[in-house]
Design a protein around this ligand. Structure first.
Ligand SMILES: Cc1cc2nc3c(=O)[nH]c(=O)nc-3n(C[C@H](O)[C@H](O)[C@H](O)COP(=O)(O)OP(=O)(O)OC[C@H]3O[C@@H](n4cnc5c(N)ncnc54)[C@H](O)[C@@H]3O)c2cc1C
Length: 360
């Protein structure tokens, strides 16, 4: 994994009232490095009011087309608000080369049936996949089930309509709206267990689907996965990408007297909280969130570095790291979403207040 950020010139276009697309000008000498497969994402980094903010965004363009992402503004969201209101044409944004295993590997000889399920901004990697499949697998078909609150919030509506007009026999687009009633109940509400069962009983012949690609918040992805498992769909056919976890998990604190427990102190905004944690239990981020709700995080997958903090005492290991540079790791920074104390470590202290160590 290349961990160096590259400052790329951007072009910003409004997409809906609360979203924008950002297209990157990738110079010739970086083209190979920034080549992507449909479904992959990039980590973007910006300095926002003196804070280093990094977030993941899936690439919505098909391979070969200019590198482009779509950002939906989250109320109060740090990066998405800045990127959709402050970022201007010609600015430079720091970008990590594409990463991610949620990919569709296209095969022009295949005659497959794909079902793509997206909610809200989860459309971005799905759009790249649909565009690629339709353009490169002439015998394959796609059904897209796309959930949004209302018509005005649907990202890429025009591009999807254009795909439908171009390949009316191979692309089916089913909109599901949660806040705009529709005569047909199937197209109203959220994409959940019942919705998948209704689709499977009618518009989608589940046994004939070769691959499912799901993208959105945890609740939607888990519901669709559970419904498909109930319907006998082998898990190997179901691929998913999570954009965020809308549920705050409750993580039990470990009993102080337990033989394995390690004292863990977390400092943020100058204030410290201490609890006891199990080295084989949840991540330090999950533990920290039980006592300090303001701890920052986004992807929880070791990719975005939102949850970066510095280990001041104790021994900590990371399961995965796609976001920190070797210099940052050497400086004692960890991705807390991937961090666990080493068994038998001295008490661990982690601070979210120490910045720096960002070498590139
Ligand atoms: C692999 C991956 C790919 C992603 N691709 C995209 C993409 O293509 N387009 C896109 O807009 N976002 C995408 N995201 C989400 C994105 O990385 C940010 O989390 C999102 O833009 C919010 O960041 P923020 O700084 O504005 O909000 P923050 O200030 O970090 O968080 C504000 C709150 O919003 C919640 N939240 C985070 N994401 C969402 C969301 N999508 N909808 C509702 N609430 C949310 C958080 O849990 C938090 O409580 C992706 C995430 C991952 C892990």
């Amino acid at each position: 994994v290349d961990v160096a950020f590259h400052p790329l010139v951007v072009r910003v276009r409004p997409e809906t009232d609360d979203s924008a697309t950002i297209t990157f000008d990738v110079p010739e000498h970086l083209r190979d490095l920034f080549r992507h497969e449909p479904g992959q994402h990039v980590v973007l980094r910006a300095d926002i009011d003196g804070e280093d903010v990094r977030r993941s965004y899936s690439i919505c363009s098909a391979p070969g087309a200019p590198l482009r992402v779509g950002v939906k503004r989250i109320p109060g969201g740090r990066f998405s608000t800045w990127a959709t209101t402050e970022l201007r044409d010609g600015d430079r944004l720091d970008v990590l080369p594409p990463i991610g295993e949620f990919v569709h590997r296209t095969d022009p000889t295949r005659a497959a049936s794909y079902v793509l399920v997206a909610a809200g901004s989860g459309i971005t990697p799905i759009l790249a996949m649909a565009t690629t499949i339709l353009a490169t697998e002439p015998e394959s078909t796609c059904t897209l089930v796309y959930g949004n609150r209302r018509v005005a919030s649907i990202m890429f509506l025009e591009e999807l309509e254009a795909l439908k007009n171009r390949w009316p026999d191979r692309f089916r687009l089913l909109h599901v709206l949660s806040r705009e009633p529709h005569d047909i109940p199937l197209f109203t509400g959220r994409i959940d267990l019942d919705k998948v069962r209704m689709l499977a009983g009618g518009l989608i012949d589940v046994d004939r689907v070769d691959s499912w690609y799901l993208c959105g918040p945890l609740g939607m992805v888990e519901d669709v996965q559970a419904a498909l498992a109930d319907l006998g769909v082998p898990a190997a056919r179901v691929h998913a990408e999570l954009f965020y976890d809308e549920r705050v998990e409750s993580v039990p604190e470990v009993d102080e007297s337990s033989a394995v427990s390690v004292p863990f102190t977390v400092t943020i905004d100058g204030r410290s909280s201490t609890l006891h944690v199990d080295p084989d239990g949840p991540s330090l981020l999950d533990y920290a969130r039980t006592v300090r709700s303001e701890v920052p995080f986004a992807c929880k997958g070791g990719m975005c570095a939102t949850c970066k903090a510095k280990v001041l005492c104790g021994e900590v290991t990371m399961a995965k790291n796609y976001a920190l540079t070797p210099d940052e790791v050497a400086d004692g920074f960890v991705l807390t979403c991937q961090a666990h104390p080493v068994a038998g470590s001295d008490p661990v202290t982690v601070s979210f207040d120490v910045h720096g160590g960002i070498g590139r």
